[in-house]
Design a protein around this ligand. Sequence first.
Ligand code: EPU
Length: 300
Amino acid sequence: MAISPEIDFDIKNLTSFKIGGKINEVFFPENLNEFEQILNENKNIKVFGNLSNTLVSTHGFDGKIVLTTKMNSSSIDGDKVIADAGVKGPKLAQDVCEAGLSGLEFMIGFPGSIGGEVFMNASANNQAISDYLLGVTCYSPIHGLLRYSKAEMAFDYRTSRCQSEDLIVLQAEFQLLPKDKSQIKAQMDENLTFRKLHQPSLALPNCGSIFKNPPGNSAGRLLDSVGAKELSVGGVRVWENHANFIVSNDNGTSTDVLELMYLMYKKVKDRYNIELEPEIRFLGGKDKRENELWQILNKK
Ligand code: EPU
């Protein structure tokens, strides 16, 4: 039986930026079988997790997407952990801590889901999701289900094979390190303190770092040095405590964000001849100006 999507779904409140219009069709699979069926029946459909790293256009999106938020099963067996794409990072970090397993402490402060974090090889506080990964079950529109070992995943800074080959993450398997619970908890507390000091809380709607760090450099430092913290457009502004974050007030729009990203990009390009690349994903396509801006910013 075909799985029904939500129609004309208003996505704004599901995004950490609190920005976004209506999406024609949104599927919410609840398990791997449903997810696979949706992917088989809707080739090349776009998939998103917790929408914590995605700017969705205020004009909405004419098409279908999958959100993995209801696919949140995980299991722990000895030092092995299996998590579905939609499992939230902080929840998994806490569960494995309870089981006395170390390796995912960095996830505690990130609102992302496992699928998105594998897709971009999320990292923080000297840990990356790829560090203790054994393998990933992916979906390819051409080959169907595939399992890749960590070595086959081509992980690098903020990238993986999923990005170059348009693969969708269904499930990830980890082998973690047994450790004393109190040590794991202490590391998570330290990570949360770092986050509170250096990054905006979600009470200030944002979607994490806006640009990737260029090789051997820091996007935040470069942006700071060109005065980006003074910049704002419409309802969004560069965060005053870290120049690689954009925060939005209640009426910020996706066009405001893209115009502001362009100003930030241009200032760094003009001063240093370095072209910052977005770390965030963009879901849109209906507005001409937004498409122009995204094309300039996103060279891939
Ligand atoms: N800096 C400035 N001015 C600023 C911001 C930063 O001078 O306005 C300097 C800092 O003083 C520091 C350097 O730039 O010397 C790097 O800043 P920070 O330590 O905050 O780290 P980051 O490189 O900006 C990266 C990740 C974060 C991750 C942290 C902690 C990227 C793009 N960002 O930030 O990941 O949490 O390291 O490990 O790689 C995310 O990806 O969304 C994210 C938040």
